[in-house]
Design a protein around this ligand. Structure first.
Ligand SMILES: Nc1ncnc2c1ncn2[C@@H]1O[C@H](COP(=O)(O)OP(=O)(O)OP(=O)(O)O)[C@@H](O)[C@H]1O
Length: 356
């Protein structure tokens, strides 16, 4: 374990036995997370994300493998030491899990009840945390009176009460509208920056990963099928599942379906092709297509265009019908791949296959 790694999961298996059915929820997963990272785990429902993150604090005991957090192998700890280690790993959930019968302050104070501190100190700490999440005015309110976003803020304040080093977010924004999601993600980012909190965030939405994570693992059927820096994984996806997440989130998939359903590709002239372009980084600013259209006197009919930001990097997507000297243009644009320009000719590539 290097000093910088706060979480190291090695060769983790989790197998459930439901009657005579065996479910391999997590299979042979290695996962290393650096201190101070915001690490995303993305996958569809049933991929094993929740099971995997519950292994981090041994809420789920793995069938196989070792769990090391902050240099301590958790399975080797005596119960009291494990309790202490667990306090440094907090969780927030999709449905907030607040206690209805307690006020907002009472909820945030709750994890502090087992600590040997005075009532006044406990209340003061809870109030400070409420201030941090922007809810100081709601201390005496009951959860039922709060919006979803406010409830999640209370849950975050409660999660911070034990001064955790790791915060696990299990679909914490999945029940929220897009604007509230954005504000909760901004709060998590702030906590990561201001407190140095390591965040492990699981989601099925790529937008969530793109907006705050630095690293990502893509999970499918209990295994990690791809991982790395968010910009790298989402601009050059390798696994088919990652390609699928990228195309869905950028609306490219829907655009190609719409375009290929409404345009008669067989009716294109010999000097015409339907083409998909993907621009990364500086290539989004250079006006490469307008440069080539002048150079080769092409006619470019843009049918879809979108620009996105992934981990601070611009990524552009465009679908267009190109008319002109294709024999000159196609090899010229293919040479720009090192500059962050990727292309596919949809007319001959049979629609969606292998696009990203
Ligand atoms: N306690 C359990 N007992 C039996 N099977 C379980 C248990 N928990 C999870 N599973 C099974 O393990 C698999 C992975 O579930 P898990 O909840 O980890 O997936 P997920 O990716 O988090 O999905 P979701 O986003 O829907 O929660 C599923 O097939 C699920 O039915």
């Amino acid at each position: 374990m290097t000093a910088n790694n706060i979480i190291e999961l090695k060769n983790i298996d989790v197998t459930f036995h439901n009657g005579d059915q065996t479910v391999k929820a997590v299979q042979a997963v290695d996962l290393t997370i650096e201190k101070g990272d915001i690490y995303g785990i993305i996958g569809y429902s049933g991929a094993g994300k929740s099971t995997l993150v519950r292994v981090i604090n041994l809420l789920q005991t793995p069938t196989n493998g070792t769990v090391t957090v902050n240099g301590q192998q958790l399975q080797q700890l005596a119960p009291a030491a494990l309790r202490q280690a667990r306090q440094k790993i907090s969780m927030i959930f999709q449905h907030f899990n607040l206690m209805k019968s307690r006020t907002v302050l009472g909820n945030v104070e709750y994890p502090l009840l087992s600590q040997k501190i005075s009532q006044a100190a406990r209340q003061q700490k809870a109030l400070q945390l409420l201030k941090l999440v922007g809810l100081a005015d709601y201390a005496q309110t009951y959860p039922a009176r709060l919006s979803g976003g406010q409830k999640q803020r209370v849950a975050i304040a409660r999660a911070l009460a034990s001064d955790p080093e790791v915060l696990i977010s299990d679909e914490a924004t999945s029940a929220l509208d897009p604007k509230t999601t954005k504000s909760i993600l901004a709060l998590l980012k702030k906590l990561n920056q201001d407190l140095g909190l390591t965040i492990v965030l699981i989601t099925h939405e790529m937008q969530v990963i793109k907006s705050i994570c630095h690293n990502v693992a893509v999970m499918d059927a209990g295994q990690i099928v791809e991982r790395g820096r968010v910009a790298q994984v989402f601009t050059a996806p390798q696994a088919p599942l990652t390609v699928d997440f990228v195309e869905t989130s950028t609306n490219v998939k829907a655009a190609i379906e719409r375009i290929t359903n409404t345009i008669d590709l067989a009716g294109l002239a010999a000097n015409q092709e339907l083409m998909y372009f993907n621009f990364i980084g500086n290539a989004t600013k250079e006006g490469i297509i307008s440069q080539y259209s002048q150079q080769y006197q092409l006619d470019v009919n843009i049918l879809f265009a979108n620009i996105d930001q992934i981990d601070g990097e611009n990524v552009g997507y465009m679908i267009a019908i190109i008319t002109g000297d294709l024999a000159a243009f196609n090899p010229a644009i293919a040479k720009r791949v090192a500059d962050g320009v990727k292309t596919k000719i949809i007319t001959t590539e049979n629609g969606l296959e292998g696009l990203a």
